[in-house]
Design a protein around this ligand. Sequence first.
Ligand code: NDP
Ligand code: HSE
Length: 439
Amino acid sequence: MTSPVRLALLGCGTVGSDVVRLLHEQSADLAARIGAPLEIAGIAVRRLGRDRGDLPVDPALFTTDPLGLIKRDDVDIVVEVVGGIEPARSWLVEALRAGKSVVTANKALLAEDGAALHDAAAEGGADLYYEASVAGAIPLLRPLRESLHGDRINRVTGIVNGTTNFILSAMDATGAGFAEALEEATELGYAEADPTADVEGFDAAAKAAILASLAFHTRVTAADVHREGITEVTAADVASAKAMGCTIKLLCIAARGTDAAGRETVSVRVHPAMIPLAHPLASVGDAFNAVFVEAEAAGQLMFYGRGAGGAPTASAVLGDVVAVARNRLAGVHAPSESAYADLSVRPMGEALTRYHISLDVTDRPGVLAAVAGVFARHEVSIATVRQGPAGGGGGGADAELVIVTHVAPDAALAATVRELRGLEIVRSVTSVLRVEGGA
Ligand code: NDP
Ligand code: HSE
């Protein structure tokens, strides 16, 4: 057998320690698949003295000098599972420019400045793989990056954050409010001590940027993604969704469109939305992830599985390591970044969506006409209206109106809601949610 392919592992936390375990447990199979054994040349961590349990690795391999490790002549591939923007970016740029291929799970860095990594990979003639950065174990980026390259993707809709999916699923199942469901997620170890990146949608927005870049051959960064989290979703919203035969999910949506001048564009957004129970994403519960891809020739594809956790994420990391090691032995490289389409990213106001709006109103002649007039002024077409007893908005309201619109630009829908809030006959707007997936 050929000489070993040697890895520098940067990070040995939740994901890194499972990478070490899997490398140990699967070493014979991995060697057979690659045609050479994989060896760990060194492991960079922050704290040398940290208790790492019974990790099957020589303690002498640990170092607190990642850059020194990367630069070593006996390192062939750099595996980064530290996270964050700096110093990870500097390490990976250094490695790639030196011709050392990189496998990373670092969604934050790829979404913030993927260009720096892709450019360095091109400069150094190295591979850059990052399957684990989106949706953990689910093979998703390789299909977008390779299998679907003969097709034209029109839309990607995903549940890509496990923590928020757990919280929304719990709210749906028990009627709990957001705070109560978050507490449960924290107790069960799904939500981190600081859950901001998850519940405010930053994590999903980073993943949305990566997915959109691959799907539309365009550089999309986290800053291009419209982001709303789930902290404002109420038990009343969940009840409204149920009454419509829907459930609420935090969706990432990346879609092609055209601007006023007829030029092709993309829109990329992350926000909570109602989807019908019949939609394939509606049944994705607990902390699972799923991504629904709509392509011109392939039609609809669904990718489902565990989007987080040490072992599932390490599985994706090792899949990339095997691919990179094979490329290395064959003297070839993976296809480089494909950003030729260079589509412009449309602002959220131009994204096409639908709203579900619940209002508590005064019940007297002309109210429905006045409300309908607001929609008409903003050129928003109403799909359905339901009137019932007041929904508890207070202030002496005596009727509830539940209105679902047809598709319209988000700016027109938002302006409609703003004007409704100002009407004297509207006591309160009790729920506003986007509707996706054909409800
Ligand atoms: P952890 O916080 O569990 O581990 C981080 C590791 O990096 C630790 O081993 C830490 O060292 C080391 N580290 C931190 N700073 C430095 C530094 N300056 N120099 C050297 N080493 C350092 O993170 P995770 O394993 O959870 O996540 C790693 C990456 O994987 C992130 O990019 C994350 O977004 C991504 N990811 C994680 C998933 C998950 O479920 N956890 C899922 C998908 C992606 P020490 O051990 O000494 O503290
Ligand atoms: N915090 C993330 C989640 C981890 O909840 O999905 C995986 O990226």
